[in-house]
Design a protein around this ligand. Structure first.
Ligand code: ZN
Ligand code: ZN
Length: 184
């Protein structure tokens, strides 16, 4: 359906069949499935959209991350973890909510929840490791979004009530603050 709306990015995308990367992403996705069993997670590897989405079908909760994002070479495993957490945060972050989809937390709230609770709940383990993942993930996402801005591409999933959130630097600061880290 979405064949390839971003041909300029072709060299920047991993193959959809990159086995080692897919194994790593599957391992993270399994941790989210275990932590949040009521959400159906998946990655649409062949859909070259540069975003993810949280969606509902009646009472079913879904998280889908798209290939353009998850195959992008600037998105490492830490960013992937933070992105699963972000989409989960749309379901569980609480208010403030999206202007259009009232069941859903807004972008900045989803980011806050992701770094404060999402990564921690999915990965468990030591606080230092959680902070490391959030910091590395936030840096990768910052670099990725600056790169997109340079190409003139805008992120597709920020909503109108969260205009500040369009700035990559604002997003980066939200992630760090939520994880108890200082921006440097
Ligand atoms: Zn979002
Ligand atoms: Zn917001």
């Amino acid at each position: 359906m979405f064949d390839d709306p971003i041909p300029i990015e072709k060299g920047m995308l991993r193959s959809p069949n990159h086995r080692r990367w897919r194994t790593q992403v599957d391992a993270i996705m399994s941790q989210f499935r275990r932590a949040f069993p009521e959400i159906k997670y998946d990655v649409a590897w062949n859909v070259c959209l540069l975003n993810g989405s949280a969606w509902r079908k009646i009472s079913e909760r879904h998280v889908t991350l798209y290939g353009g994002l998850m195959r992008h070479r600037l998105i490492g495993i830490e960013a992937a973890t933070l992105l699963f957490a972000h989409e989960t945060g749309h379901h569980y972050g609480g208010p403030p909510r999206d202007a259009i989809y009232e069941w859903m937390s807004c972008e900045c709230q989803a980011d806050y929840w992701a770094a404060r609770y999402g990564v921690r709940t999915a990965l468990g383990g030591a606080e230092t490791e959680i902070k490391r993942v959030v910091l590395a993930g936030a840096r990768q996402i910052l670099k990725f979004e600056r790169h997109l801005m340079k190409l003139g591409v805008h992120r597709l999933d920020w909503s109108s009530d969260c205009l500040d959130h369009a700035l990559p630097e604002v997003r980066y600061k939200i992630f760090l603050k939520a994880a108890g880290l200082q921006p440097n």
